[in-house]
Design a protein around this ligand. Sequence first.
Ligand code: CO
Length: 215
Amino acid sequence: MKPCEKLLIENKAWAAEKIIQEPDFFKELAEDQTPEFLWIGCSDSRVPAEIIVNAQPGEIFVHRNIANQMIATDFNSQSVLQYAVDVLKVRHVIVCGHYDCGGIKAALARQRSDLTLVNKWLIHIKDIYRLHQAEIEHLETQSERVNRLVELNIIEQVQRLSHTAIIQNAWKREQRPILYGWVYGLNDGVINQLITLPPGTQINSIYQFADPPSE
Ligand code: CO
């Protein structure tokens, strides 16, 4: 059997089992989605959003990219954020990174000249490293340095969320969403919380809007 055939067979089995457990499962889901959570995670195959928090279809709106980044010029992640906050009205936005992240490891190494696009994506993590270089270089092992940059990157991405007009508008008008930075351990499967920014958190004035923010 070809690998993709296996996926399709598994899908049929999964759909059939869902209907046995809950006959209206797909009928109800097909009508609407009202997720409470936006999940911004890493593309890493070992960190599947719904599975690690035991969530069902319909519960989490998901965006994943290399090293769970929110980059202001990236229409993909920014439009996911806008749709989740302004249309779906999510109450919680979670950035969930993970220890031993390949994207972070790559950002701590020299650039590979064949990976021209990946380099552009990872350059933002190199910038975070440079901001915290003294703290990171103080650590003894490369593994500790990678994992500290994993944490600092997650915290930075949560802060970047708070710098967007999308979040600042929603905080001002509707006192939501709460922003969270979480880190997942590949070794134990456990998520730890690193940072929480509730609506109205005071942010550095250079990221505030002089006028009511527009999107
Ligand atoms: Co990763």
